[in-house]
Design a protein around this ligand. Structure first.
Ligand SMILES: C[S@@+](CC[C@H](N)C(=O)[O-])C[C@H]1O[C@@H](n2cnc3c(N)ncnc32)[C@H](O)[C@@H]1O
Length: 243
């Protein structure tokens, strides 16, 4: 008889209350996009494009982007022809996302809501995505379960997230970049150094790519696959909602 698989590891919660997380994102919202572009050295758009491809969405598909922020992933999903709802609990982020949508004549719609209590019935969406949001949830596993609840059977979940770096010289370099460069440069750009101290603190203790994939599997998703991007610092995990 073969041994049962080990239980999926718990994913670390951010160690800040949801209200604290919301306030922090509200403060950095006006310079959030610029911070992303600069601090990712321009890679963040390619990461979101990868996640959009992984969603498997095509024309007319119904998508929910959770923790949507200023909606950059939502716009990538829309480029695939999907009808997209962008959900976030931070009004400042939603306002900026909606202004960007108006400027580009996008049909993405915006909803205020909590990722841990999604305001939708079961089996509503063809795809549910979350980019750089899971790490911020008080209970990341519960967030995955909520996304599973609102997906129709066969619908796709996509999680894009910084992954705890493994070993090797590139990982060591990234750790040093995260601890030293992110707070300083993020602080210059947004005037909120504390938000860019929170970022390395949470990402360096969050799941490894394998742990993230195991957590998705443990929440009942099938055909789970994990791709790592940019030397392994970002993981893109996809899974299919079981019938
Ligand atoms: C790092 S930003 C990511 C934004 C966007 N997805 C992106 O790729 O740039 C995290 C977002 O998650 C939102 N968020 C965190 N916890 C949340 C929750 N419980 N419910 C809804 N949104 C949440 C924050 O307000 C913030 O906009």
């Amino acid at each position: 008889m073969s041994a049962p698989p080990p239980p999926a590891p718990d994913l670390a919660s951010p160690g800040v209350s949801p209200e604290g997380v919301r306030t922090m994102f509200g403060r950095i919202a006006p310079r959030y996009d610029l911070g992303n572009r600069v601090l990712s050295l321009g890679r963040d758009r390619a990461w979101r494009r990868r996640a959009a491809r992984e969603s498997g969405l095509g024309p007319g598909g119904a998508a929910l982007d959770v923790c949507a922020g200023t909606a950059d992933l939502a716009f990538e999903l829309e480029r695939r022809g999907a009808r997209v709802l962008a959900l976030d609990f931070c009004p400042e982020m939603l306002r900026l996302g909606a202004a960007k949508a108006a400027a580009r004549r996008s049909a993405v719609r915006f909803v205020a809501g909590d990722a841990l209590a999604l305001p939708f019935g079961p089996r509503t969406f063809d795809a549910a995505t979350i980019a750089f949001g899971l790490r911020n949830l008080a209970d990341p596993r519960a967030g995955l379960a909520e996304m599973g609840r609102v997906l129709r059977p066969g619908g796709r979940l996509v999680v894009l997230e910084f992954a705890r770096p493994g070993g090797g010289p590139f990982a060591a370099l990234f750790r040093a970049y995260a601890r030293r460069v992110l707070p300083t440069v993020g602080g210059w750009i947004t005037g909120r150094r504390e938000a860019y101290e929170y970022l390395p603190r949470t990402l360096l203790r969050f799941g490894s790519p394998a742990e993230l994939a195991a957590a998705v599997e443990a929440e009942g998703f099938a055909q789970v696959r994990c791709r790592t991007l940019t030397g392994g610092i970002v993981a893109c995990v996809g899974g299919v909602r079981r019938p």
